[in-house]
Design a protein around this ligand. Sequence first.
Ligand SMILES: C[S@@+](CC[C@H](N)C(=O)[O-])C[C@H]1O[C@@H](n2cnc3c(N)ncnc32)[C@H](O)[C@@H]1O
Length: 269
Amino acid sequence: MTDWDGAKYAEIATLQHDVGRRFVAELTPPAGARVVDAGCGEGFVTRLIAELPPVAAVVGFDPSPLMIARAREGRHPGVDFVEGDVTTFVADDPFDLAVSLNALHWVPDSVAALTRLHDAVRPGAGVVCQFVPEGERPSIEDVAFGVATGVSTGVGTGAEGRDAGGFAAFFEGFEPPHVHRTRGEWRDIAGAAGLEVDDLTERDLAWDFGSADAFRAWCALGFTAYTDRLPAERRDEFLARVTDAYGRVTGSDHVLRFLQLRLGAHRPR
Ligand SMILES: C[S@@+](CC[C@H](N)C(=O)[O-])C[C@H]1O[C@@H](n2cnc3c(N)ncnc32)[C@H](O)[C@@H]1O
């Protein structure tokens, strides 16, 4: 598990915060709800959920100590943050709603993750997760993996050529840190976890960072699983190659295009 830099994330995550506001605006928790937020990061979304009028309390958890440390700095009534992993999380008391935003595509064992969220809510309660699914266009994560290893994980990511940047020696045995699955796969996984699926809405979104430098700074934040393996003097070069290669996918060096799949489900009574 990579430890995300909570303080930098809070500074630079304008995109995640915008997505977070929209995600929370569509939640419909029951009156007096206790909510759990899996993979809460630095807690921005968790605090927004706590501000929804029907919500009584929210627990956010995340395995990243730096993220949880940052989350705890933003004190907020009715909000608690704990370190925890979605594949092993156990609730003391069942929650009335479980949510997770842009965390599950970083968790390889999707069945374990959704099973834990199913078990964390009372019968009849909802589980709403949003994340990046598999799509036809290579994602920025696919491109990063291709640049690092010379192995393509998405359609067309071989455009860079096999290990053109000479990074593969640092990535022997490296597995992609992201898991992108299709809508159909997520439907099956939710079923295997005991959930009944109510909604699987996919959206194709774009975010303009305004400059190639700002886009690279954002990539630096999310790609520490890669940059941590590289000598410090080669990290900027790696990120530049990723954004260049990605520019060949989108036609821009400062626009991110990304899919979001909203999986709405409930635990059967
Ligand atoms: C892109 S951040 C999203 C944070 C927050 N939900 C948001 O929308 O701003 C992804 C988060 O997933 C967390 N994560 C990674 N693996 C996880 C796991 N096994 N269980 C729970 N969270 C995990 C990371 O630590 C990171 O904080």
